[in-house]
Design a binder for this molecule. Structure first.
Ligand SMILES: NC(=O)c1ccc[n+]([C@@H]2O[C@H](COP(=O)([O-])OP(=O)(O)OC[C@H]3O[C@@H](n4cnc5c(N)ncnc54)[C@H](OP(=O)(O)O)[C@@H]3O)[C@@H](O)[C@H]2O)c1
Length: 335
């Protein structure tokens, strides 16, 4: 590759799965204009669910016409600056979360959108925007309190493992679901009170037997029958936050027929609420600063999945890996 050039992943044509939709292109490294920074990305966070939906054109709040850029969060170093940039220096470690800024080796971005960090490490990718989403979803949508029972599904994943700890820090009893012993071990280390490996135990049975009064707050990342079980086990005045429905992303949307949802909600005065980070932008900066502080003061442990994805060409495999459900912690790619 020409050293004046860099590579990025783009979507040239919408397609059902990420691998078929993306293309690797090589283009010249741009010069930063006024108020802009040129950043060399070192690590990027993988959001396999969102990535797949965006490649299909199934993200209703953004209508992107190909070709468009991919990836969101990246950690890197400032290597050049435009005129009028204040507060940054060449060599600064930074994190960015602009859509399109992740799956590329270099990015030019307005300095106002860049956050300075102590070191350019992959661990930071668990906090922004993943951890921020967990925090805002629990507090703003789930109205998280203390001394309640909180259930987190996909609890050992990138989003889930932060949600588990935030619910614990708020003083709740936390149940986490996962699919392997390695994930159960991580959840134990994070202080999860009841770990349900759904391959070894039946989620519905455990909830019914051990939590007869139901669950007060549910953070559901999985969807489908897990969502159904969650609704069934909500407590009186329980809140279920739909954070995602990853079990459906790799397939077509499932059509089901059953009594309307209000039959299950009404008699318990329970509620199901959707969460989408872009609709809660005003909470992002405070949530980000709080999470960074928790991380830097060792009150929040972060997990990066140990599987190594090296280079921009490994991103399609990393997306596939995340969708296979094997990951423990946040999936990241290294450049
Ligand atoms: N609403 C928002 O703004 C927002 C923001 C960030 C993330 N999210 C959502 O949060 C969820 C988690 O995202 P993430 O990027 O942090 O992923 P992740 O949790 O790191 O990885 C996905 C996990 O989902 C679990 N899973 C359960 N059933 C699955 C199935 N049928 N297929 C694949 N995986 C399955 C797997 O763990 P187990 O098998 O151990 O359960 C897997 O490790 C996704 O639904 C995502 O869309 C939403």
């Amino acid at each position: 590759m020409n050293v004046q050039n860099y590579r990025k992943l783009i979507v040239n044509k919408l397609n059902q799965d990420f691998k078929s939709a993306v293309e690797l292109v090589e283009i010249p490294i741009p010069k930063p204009a006024d108020n802009e920074l040129l950043i060399k990305n070192k690590f990027s966070g993988i959001n396999g669910g969102f990535d797949t939906l965006i490649c299909r054109g199934d993200v209703p709040y953004i209508s992107l016409i190909p070709p468009f850029d991919l990836g969101v969060e990246a950690v890197g170093k400032v290597i050049a600056m435009g005129e009028n940039v204040k507060d940054f220096q060449i060599g600064d470690a930074v994190i960015t979360t602009a859509r399109g800024g992740g799956y590329r080796e270099y990015q030019v971005i307005n300095a106002n959108l860049v956050v300075k960090v102590r070191e350019a490490t992959p661990e930071l990718l668990t906090l922004m925007p993943t951890g921020v989403s967990a925090l805002v979803a629990l507090e703003q949508v789930g109205e998280m309190k203390s001394n309640e029972v909180v259930l987190v599904t996909a609890a050992a994943g990138g989003t889930g493992h932060i949600a588990v700890q935030l619910a614990k820090l708020a003083g709740n009893h936390v149940i986490g679901t996962c699919s392997s012993e390695a994930k159960a071990k991580l959840l134990k280390e994070l202080g999860c009170d009841r770990i349900i490996n759904y391959r070894a135990e039946n989620l519905n049975q455990v909830l019914k037997q051990e939590y007869p009064n139901g669950i007060n707050l549910i953070f559901d990342c999985v969807g489908k029958t897990v969502f159904d079980t969650c609704v069934e086990n909500l407590a009186v005045r329980g809140r279920l936050v739909v954070v995602g429905f990853i079990s459906e992303y790799a397939n077509n949307v499932e059509q089901i027929t059953q009594p309307r949802l209000y039959h299950q909600l009404f008699w318990k005065a329970a509620s199901v609420r959707g969460f989408l980070m872009p609709h809660y932008k005003e909470y992002m900066a405070e949530a980000r600063d709080r999470l960074l502080n928790l991380f830097y003061t060792d009150k929040l442990k972060v997990a990066v999945d140990p599987t190594r994805f090296q280079g921009i060409e490994s991103i399609p495999d990393a997306v596939e890996y995340l969708l296979s459900g094997q990951n423990c912690g946040k999936v990241v790619v290294r450049f």
